[in-house]
Design a protein around this ligand. Structure first.
Ligand code: GLC
Length: 423
């Protein structure tokens, strides 16, 4: 693994895929130029927030600096005056059937344009990576105020209890649509009937649409603090602080540093469960921990200065056959959970392995100095892609691919090759 032929082959295949899934042009409806990579040609033909961040990171890694920057510029061009950046931008009307995803709009419309939702805030990390890779200071300077405005919006609008943890108003905002802990946020048992689950999720979004996606109104009804999203939020604030410092914007850096400290402290104080020795999602204004172990609970490995007792507990679950120890980790839900499902169709994130989570966790392991565990995870991930191609998600035991084919963010495996070969 990691020897030049393997690496070269993987990089070539990744670039071919990302170029094939590319779209650019002018949107008459929005009066803006766009350039982005579709997550999948057949299933997700529009621009998605965190997908685009992943694509830009891989494109820069593959030397396609130009499109990496264009993809991020296109994403922030849809930023609202408030600072919010939509989770999906429907640049081309012809790619979607009417009414499809209309419930994500802040006004009832048969023709979606900009969603009212958010997705995990990977943007600042992506901008930092692309800026570092390309050495393009003008790009960094142009992006800085946009990302700052976005972070300010998250802090202002989505942190009602001011504890540094961003709240989601719909499970879809976590990026992990039907992840089992969300069942309990609807007072639903994980064994609940699928139709009921689907209706509950969708009713929440329709309700949010009727609330015009006004944060305070939505948060009064539903307020969930997600562990993965907030680990990413920590990394985002640290990344923006680093970018700001590099550009001599020390005051901006101080705001982000302080924000990151608060996020980190709250994750440790509130999401960590001392008995289960794991991080859990927080439900409701009373922040009830939902004790279902998912791969999201490993993401605090991205925090700096994590005490070794946390690290040992999390790393221990990687060797536990009732948790995450399978031939092709990481299962999105610990395999011993009653809600774990090996197969999935409509109800995503209830068991199979997803590449983006592996990418975060492998980097987290590396950050904590767990080099052997990081290498093992990175190797399994690269093997998965070599065997089964770039799929949306994979079977944790056999490694076969499922969901969308030619799924763009699975090219993140490219960014793990160095880690896989590292000795
Ligand atoms: C699915 C995923 C979400 C992703 C989208 C596009 O809905 O759950 O995280 O952004 O597909 O790939």
């Amino acid at each position: 693994m990691g020897d030049p032929p393997t690496e070269e082959r993987l990089r070539r295949r990744a670039l071919t895929l990302l170029q094939r899934n590319r779209r650019s042009g002018h949107s008459d409806g929005m009066g803006l130029d766009y350039a982005y990579t579709m997550p999948s040609h057949s299933m997700y033909p529009t621009q998605f927030f965190w997908d685009s961040c992943f694509h830009a990171i891989v494109l820069a890694e593959l030397g396609d600096d130009d499109f990496a920057r264009r993809e991020l510029r296109s994403l922030v061009s849809a930023q609202r005056r408030s600072g919010r950046i939509p989770h999906a931008i429907f640049w081309r009307r012809d790619l979607w059937p009417p009414l499809y995803w209309a419930y994500t709009q802040s006004r009832p419309t048969p023709r979606p344009r900009l969603s009212g939702m958010i997705q995990p805030p990977v943007l600042a990390y992506a901008v930092l990576r692309v800026a570092e890779r390309t050495g393009d200071e003008a790009f960094a300077r142009a992006m800085l105020p946009r990302v700052r405005a976005y972070h300010d919006w998250l802090r202002r609008e989505r942190d009602p209890d001011r504890d540094g943890l961003v709240s989601v108003v719909s499970p879809y905002e976590s990026g992990m649509d039907f992840s089992p802990p969300y069942d309990l946020t609807f007072a639903m048992r994980p064994g609940a009937n699928d139709v009921r689950r689907w209706v509950a999720w969708r009713a929440r979004d329709v309700r949010n649409m009727r609330d015009r996606y006004v944060s305070a109104r939505m948060l009064a009804r539903y307020d969930v603090e997600d562990v993965a999203l907030n680990s990413i939020w920590y990394e985002a604030q640290m990344s923006l602080a680093a970018l700001a410092r590099r550009l001599g914007e020390d005051a901006a850096a101080a705001v982000e540093d302080a924000g990151a400290r608060k996020t980190r402290a709250s994750l440790l104080a509130r999401a960590w469960d001392d008995r289960a020795r794991f991080f859990f999602l927080l439900s409701g204004a009373r922040e009830r921990r939902v004790p279902i172990r998912t791969a999201a609970g490993l993401m605090p490995l991205l925090l700096d200065d994590l005490d070794s007792s946390y690290v040992e507990a999390l790393v221990g679950t990687l060797d536990d056959p009732e948790a995450f120890d399978v031939p092709f980790p990481l299962p999105s839900v610990a395999v011993g959970e009653p809600s774990f499902r090996r197969q999935e169709t409509t109800f995503l994130w209830r068991g199979p392995t997803w590449l983006n989570i592996n990418w975060f966790v492998a980097r987290g392991l590396r950050k904590q100095g767990c080099d052997a565990a990081a290498r093992r995870l990175a190797r399994a991930t690269v093997t998965l892609v070599e065997r089964s191609g770039f799929r949306e998600f994979y079977d944790p035991w056999e490694g076969y691919g499922m969901g969308a084919r030619d799924f763009s963010w699975s090219t993140l495996a490219v960014d793990l090759v160095a880690l896989a070969g590292d000795t």
